[in-house]
Design a protein around this ligand. Structure first.
Ligand SMILES: [Zn+2]
Length: 255
């Protein structure tokens, strides 16, 4: 998502919008022509495109959504997909949001009402580590691995970075969140490896992390721990049907 946000920011940074189609019932009549898109930021899976008139275009990719960027052509070339929901174009670049799960237009000052139920975004440029750490500690007896996967604690951590973070810090995934001595270190570590991964070329086109050969724990069941040589184990966090997979070393992440 961070990558998508960066691509949109770069593509739309060159002058006012020469085309702005919103094919979504609640915002279909909105006029964005001649406005400039200042930046697009991601928050979890939300994308917030801030305009120079104090409004924010809020889009969400859900499961299938994607943004495509092309050179702007004259006359404008239609997109083949009939599921295009948003087209934003400057004289140079045209961005199409396809199969989006949500399109809203809100005052920029009200962005928090869209994303207020999410914890701090660990992919943000200025990560709010203190708030996320406080959220984590407040999870009490809940296993730390399960708490880290809760988007209300911190947005953006998935199963990969939960496993990797806990391995790096030698924390057992089932240790109660309130027992974590340094929750800020947990959050800062997760944010660091997430950012490093987003900046690395081994990321899929959608911006999702791909568990590569670099993983220490994730996807390495039965393989030797890179620290102690014990076999990495696989387990489930949470309760079905919302349980999630995790990987850990029972020796150096012992409770
Ligand atoms: Zn180990």
């Amino acid at each position: 998502m961070l990558r998508t946000a960066r691509r949109l920011t770069q593509a739309l940074a060159h002058g006012p919008l020469v085309r702005a189609d919103l094919r979504w019932p609640s915002v279909a009549g909105a006029d964005l022509l001649e406005r400039s898109a200042l930046e697009t930021v991601s928050h979890g899976k939300h994308l917030l495109t801030r305009l120079d008139d104090g409004r924010t275009l809020h889009t969400h990719l859900r499961m299938e959504g994607t943004w495509q960027v092309r050179r702007t052509q004259q006359p404008p070339q239609p997109w083949r997909q009939h599921t295009v929901r948003v087209v934003l174009a400057t004289a140079r670049w045209t961005c199409a949001g396809i199969s989006l799960g949500m399109v809203d237009l809100v005052p920029t000052s009200r962005e928090h009402t869209l994303i207020g139920h999410l914890g701090p975004d660990l992919m943000a440029d200025d990560v709010d580590v203190a708030t996320a750490a406080a959220n984590l500690r407040a999870q009490g007896d809940r296993p730390v691995g399960e708490a880290l996967l809760d988007q209300r604690v911190a947005a953006g951590i998935g199963t990969i970075y939960t496993s990797e973070t806990l391995w790096l810090l030698r924390l057992n995934p089932w240790q109660p969140a309130r027992e974590i001595a340094d929750p800020e270190e947990v959050i800062a570590t997760a944010a660091r490896i997430m950012r490093r991964s987003a900046d690395a070329p081994s990321i899929t086109a959608t911006g999702d992390p791909r568990p590569g050969r670099d993983a220490n724990a994730y996807g390495r069941e039965h393989q030797p721990c890179r620290r102690c040589g014990s076999a990495i184990r696989q387990g489930r966090l949470g309760t079905p049907p919302t349980d999630r997979v995790t990987y850990w070393c029972a020796t150096c992440q012992e409770r």
